[in-house]
Ligand binder design. Structure first.
Ligand SMILES: NC(=O)c1ccc[n+]([C@@H]2O[C@H](COP(=O)([O-])OP(=O)(O)OC[C@H]3O[C@@H](n4cnc5c(N)ncnc54)[C@H](OP(=O)(O)O)[C@@H]3O)[C@@H](O)[C@H]2O)c1
Length: 338
């Protein structure tokens, strides 16, 4: 066996935007597989906002990464060697074992999921048909509980989660308003994703445009960003409004995240309070397959469209994370491993 695994290890906790010196790359020869082990060659690595929180020395969704540990992340790839009855060479899988080019793991590893063969590029299983798509599906349906005719606003609307939220809500019969940064993203949200409206928060007056777009108020605000946008949207929330709090990316680089004003503070201070709660996609682990297959059908039928920013080269993963945290990504940020 002659495979060399390249990995990014956390070397230093960031202050603000994570610079290159937060990681160190190391290379290791893959040793012989033992019984019930498989070897996966990663094709694409997913870059996601939560990764920033895992680099801090504080609990975010889950405990922090330790210095020297492999940087957290999910990839999609093929099984290239197998000593397991459960996996054959050639199986396409997603695996949550961090920023690595080869992953040797046990066949009982719960982070490995087989994904169906599809005409789509395998990277889609990290985006619309992966964790972000499922996040949109569960957060919208189980926390937002949309009804036909309701008005939904979603922030980071062109992104991996937001794009799916808005399209699913349109399929249910909601009026959907996106909020996105810049004219290109805004145009994409209305012209390609077919949201009713999109507000370019970097160039337009958000409050004025919300007034125009939401004459009957807002029934659901799907929260992805926090900060000033939450405050502006909250002025328009109806009495029985629901706010699934998916994330608040505008604060993730804060040097004092514990002291930041979060959507909880803003929404909790309203009277009446909207129904709001933070949710995590893993609350519905037992429904992952169902959500993925529903989303797959929508993508095959052309009801859900998606866009990816694919950056080539494993060594560019740190820049990919900086791009997500500064809005340079357009759609799901992926690293192609060559
Ligand atoms: N709860 C869960 O289980 C779960 C799972 C997945 C993701 N999430 C959360 O969902 C949100 C979206 O994640 P994603 O993977 O779909 O990422 P994404 O939307 O594909 O990319 C992040 C986007 O956030 C926006 N952004 C970045 N910095 C911002 C700032 N300072 N102010 C306002 N917007 C900013 C940018 O869009 P613009 O250019 O439009 O500003 C950027 O493109 C994040 O908050 C993430 O943490 C939560």
């Amino acid at each position: 066996m002659n495979y060399i695994n390249n990995r990014f290890l956390l070397q230093k906790r960031p202050t603000g935007m994570p610079e290159d010196n937060c990681w160190v790359m190391d290379s290791q020869k893959i040793t012989e597989l033992q019984k019930q082990e498989i070897l996966i060659k990663a094709e694409y690595l997913s870059i996601d906002p939560y990764m920033r929180g895992k680099m801090n020395d504080s609990i975010s969704y889950t405990p922090p990464l330790k210095i020297g540990e492999v940087m957290v992340g999910e990839s999609v790839g093929r099984v290239i060697e197998s000593k397991s009855k459960n996996y054959a060479v050639g199986d396409l899988v997603t695996v949550h074992q961090g920023w690595q080019t080869y992953i040797k793991t046990k066949d009982s590893d719960p982070s490995v999921l087989k994904v169906p063969e599809s005409k789509l590029n395998s990277s889609v299983f990290l985006g619309t048909l992966g964790m972000p798509g499922r996040t949109a599906f569960f957060g919208l349906n189980y926390v937002g509980k949309p009804q036909p005719g309701e008005t939904l606003v979603v922030s980071a609307a062109s992104g991996a989660v937001g794009s799916v939220v808005g399209q699913l809500a349109k399929l249910i019969g909601c009026k959907v308003i996106g909020i996105a940064g810049g004219p290109d993203k805004s145009k994409y949200v209305t012209q390609e994703l077919k949201f009713d409206e999109c507000i370019d928060y970097k160039n337009e007056n958000v409050v004025e445009k919300l007034e125009k777009c939401c004459p009957n108020g807002i029934d659901i605000y799907f929260e992805n960003v926090g900060g000033e946008i939450t405050k502006m949207v909250s002025k328009f929330l109806n009495k029985n409004a629901r706010v699934p709090i998916c994330g608040f990316i505008s604060k993730y680089n804060s040097t004092n995240i514990a002291g930041e004003e979060t959507p909880f503070h803003v929404l909790g201070a309203l009277s009446p309070k909207p129904k709001h709660r933070f949710f995590v996609v893993t609350e519905w682990l037992n429904q992952f397959e169902k959500a993925t297959s529903t989303l797959h059908e929508h993508v095959k039928n052309g009801d859900i469209k998606f866009r990816e920013t694919i950056t080539t080269g494993f060594e560019n993963a740190p820049q990919g994370l900086r791009d997500v945290l500064s809005g340079k990504n357009f759609g799901k940020q992926i690293i192609k491993i060559i």
